[in-house]
Design a protein around this ligand. Structure first.
Ligand code: SF4
Length: 761
């Protein structure tokens, strides 16, 4: 840790280099911003700060406060524009200065401005789902506590601890002790908190260091400071400080670098992008956040300085070798620890808006939904969007280029790719795809037969099964007669299917022989059709109910015609996650053992992953690493099939305990990273058109995917969860997905024997 003397004596260039290194070590090359709307609840204020144009006299305002309708109108516009944050900014306790404020509050049934703020935060949260951030100045603990119940985060600028600054003359709430007490109380109440310093209002550098050290000390006690804003003073006409000098850019750079070096590594450092003409020096000084950026509302505190358009911000950020990522008003480490940091009323709203890393969802697309995915690939390459200066993702890709294996840590790094990095990961994956299997896009003609939807298990992500705990009774419980299975197989074969895919719930009446009877029913209709069926759970249960070892049971199934096992029931092969998703299902080791045993008796199988509900990327990495190890042991896996979580009708989502599936960026990366992680071990990466639709499938085909799976007459499981992409896909429709890519569509067998060019090719 550098002393104050070191910080004051080190040349600026060296100081910023040190700050950059700390920033890169702690937060990498990613720079975040919060898409927000700005809600100026009241522009009246009892304080008279010398630099402020936000506060107005009552005569200059049509109404002392925004009405609830006005507040909601702004919030709804923000929701429409893809914002996640509603930033409430307001003057401090205007009712203590202006009768008109007191009267308005009384007439509307509120005792104070903070009372009204609590109500408006609640209204916005409940009506729009935007996450309120309350920026209400110096508050008392009871006020902070009431706001905590309706806002995801709060903030108060320390500005400066210097006593007697002219800028703060006439501003009782800018008393340093009051600001520090607010910061401390927020820590005691476990409120994710934003604070900061205002550079250039008369404080000297030692004074700025004192403020930063006080913030650091409070954070060390409570862990609650999520970000520190380093804001530069700009004089504004009509204010007491209109003729003061603006904060020189080098002073801002020094303060940013000092903040980065004084504050604990996990605290984010922010500089507003609209208050500087050149953004590069801010990045060079060590920031990793741009703060709230609104596509809808002006910066009401600095109305003369418009926010840069997001495209401009992205381009400037990427041109400087960084990536840009949207975040919520709460930062990821707080999002991922909701019991500690969030009131129960906020937890689902935060979860629902977040991605697997705890950052903000970057588009409204969700798997199974009708909305087309954002175009991450397949559009024109944007000049200037090629990252330079390396970064962790580029380093891992360089290693891949040298033939190095990616371990769990590297896989997690690849999942962190944003912006142009996503395109780079996809390109590397697609090169590996080309080398492994060429350009053919394969598919199998198959039919799903889900013989029963009754299940004794209680998987909390499953909308398909009808058990005693089913929350959603789409469709009635059923158990197909064996004759019906025979009929469906015959029908499928007559339509050209080469495979039947058999999966179902674990019906309480099933014994181990049931699965043998199903195989007999299939064979009665066809001796040729490939039988792909029975998950690791089903065969494990079948063996248990038959009271025979698994190898013996699987051998019986094989002799009765079974050829391959689907990888479903894998969900996420990480027992911490399985404890949430499917606590009574087989464990990771049991899933692996079922497939190891299947391979040992001559059956083959595939690997699935159901991702995007409650888990983080480190669990995806574990899944890939353990299945890759098994593949190296047995060689029995034919393909990897990512299954994005379709959230709509699942018990876990309806209980408000899961995210709304992966984002499309995560979905695309799952395919691309899998191609990289399994390179040399598993040649086939499949896209599930049921879950991501034709547009999504076309994009992942450019990210390492070579297979579109089955035509799936009678897809039921994703549809039960709310997927809207249909129950079957004709060859013409598959052709329509593939044709724009200029790649041939080729029918395959289950085991990837190719049948030649497709009829439509
Ligand atoms: S996922 Fe399978 S085992 Fe779990 S409840 Fe659904 S049907 Fe039953």
């Amino acid at each position: 840790m550098l002393s104050d003397a070191d910080l004051l004596d080190t040349p600026l260039e060296d100081l910023t280099a040190l700050a950059r290194a700390v920033r890169d070590g702690a937060h990498g090359r990613r720079v975040t911003f919060s898409p927000k709307v700005f809600i100026p609840l009241t522009m009246l204020c009892r304080d008279r700060c010398g630099y402020c144009t936000f506060a107005k006299a009552p005569a200059r305002l049509g109404s002392p406060y925004l009405t609830p309708e006005e507040v909601l109108a702004v919030a709804r516009a923000g929701r429409e524009a893809g914002c996640h944050e509603a930033l409430f900014t307001l003057g401090e306790r205007p009712e203590l200065r202006y009768p008109v404020a007191r009267d308005w509050l009384a007439a509307h049934g509120h005792a104070s401005t903070v009372d009204y703020l609590v109500e408006m935060c609640r209204l916005v949260l409940e009506e729009t789902g935007l996450l309120p951030h309350a920026n209400a100045g110096a508050l008392f603990p009871d006020e902070l506590a009431r706001l905590r119940a309706v806002s995801a985060s709060q903030g108060t600028m320390i500005e400066s601890l210097a006593e007697g600054l002219a800028a703060h003359r006439g501003a009782p709430d800018k008393d340093p002790a009051r600001r520090l007490a607010t910061l401390e109380a927020a820590g005691e109440l476990a409120i994710p908190f934003t604070t900061g310093i205002l550079v250039g209002i008369g404080d000297d550098r030692p004074g700025q260091l004192a403020a930063l050290r006080a913030i650091a000390a409070s954070h060390t006690r409570h862990g609650h400071v999520q970000e520190v804003i380093v804001q530069n003073f700009l004089p504004k006409p009509g204010t007491a400080m209109a003729r003061a000098e603006p904060c020189p850019p080098e002073d801002l750079q020094w303060a940013i670098a000092a903040a980065r070096l004084v504050l604990p590594r996990e605290v984010h450092v922010q500089a507003p992008p609209n208050l500087s003409d050149d953004l590069v020096p801010l990045l060079d000084a060590g920031i990793d956040d741009w703060g709230g950026v609104s596509p809808v509302t002006a910066d009401h505190v600095n109305p003369e300085r418009a926010w840069p358009a997001l495209d401009v911000l992205r381009e400037a950020t990427e041109a400087a070798g960084h990536t840009l990522a949207p975040r919520l008003t709460v930062y990821p480490s707080f999002v991922l620890d909701p019991e500690r940091w969030l009131d129960p009323a906020l937890r689902f709203g935060v979860l629902d808006a977040s991605d697997a890393e705890g950052l903000a969802r970057d588009a409204t697309w969700c798997s199974g939904g009708g909305e087309p995915p954002p175009l991450l690939l397949g559009g024109p390459a944007v000049p200037g969007h090629v990252p330079h200066g390396g970064g962790a993702v580029a380093e891992v890709l360089a290693g891949v280029g040298l033939g190095q294996e990616v371990g769990a840590a590297e896989i997690v790094t690849l999942f962190s790719a944003r912006g142009p990095e996503v395109r780079l990961v996809a390109e590397v994956a697609d090169d590996l795809r080309r080398q492994a299997v060429g350009d053919a896009v394969t598919f199998v003609r198959n039919r799903n037969i889900n013989y029963t939807n009754v299940c004794t298990f209680k998987c909390r992500f499953c909308a398909f099964s009808k058990g005693p705990l089913s929350l959603n009774l789409r469709g009635a419980p059923y158990l197909l007669e064996l004759d019906e299975i025979t009929r469906r197989v015959a029908e499928a074969e007559a339509e050209g299917a080469t495979e039947v895919c058999l999966q179902g719930g674990i019906h309480p009446s099933f014994d181990g022989d049931y699965y043998l009877h199903v195989l007999e029913a299939v064979r009665e209709a066809s001796t040729a059709i490939h039988i792909h069926g029975f998950t690791a759970l089903e065969v494990t249960e079948g063996a248990r109910r038959s009271e025979v070892p698994l190898a013996e049971y699987l051998t019986r199934l094989k002799e009765a015609g079974l050829k391959t096992l689907p990888g479903t029931a894998a969900e996420i092969l990480d027992d911490d996650v399985r404890a949430i998703l499917c606590p009574d299902k087989i464990s990771t080791d049991e899933w692996l053992e079922a497939h190891r045993t299947a391979h040992s008796v001559g059956l083959r199988s595939n690997i699935t992953i159901m991702f995007g509900s409650v888990e983080q990327p480190h669990s995806w990495a574990r899944h890939m690493v353990v299945t890759r190890a098994l593949q190296r042991e047995t060689g029995g896996f034919t393909e990897f099939v990512p299954l994005p979580f379709v959230h709509m009708a699942t018990p876990l989502y309806l209980q408000r305990k899961a995210r709304r599936g992966p984002t499309f960026r995560e979905t695309l990366l799952m395919h691309a990273v899998a191609r990289i992680a399994y390179a040399g071990d598993i040649d086939n990466i499949q896209a599930s058109w049921v879950k991501m639709g034709a547009e999504g499938a076309r994009q992942v085909l450019q990210a390492g995917v070579n297979d579109l799976g089955g035509t799936l007459m009678d897809e039921n499981i994703s549809r039960a969860a709310g997927a809207q992409h249909g129950q079957r896909m004709g060859v013409e429709e598959l052709e329509a997905i593939v044709a724009p890519l200029g790649r041939p569509l080729v029918q395959r067998s289950t085991l990837y024997a190719l049948a030649g060019a497709s009829p439509g090719a």
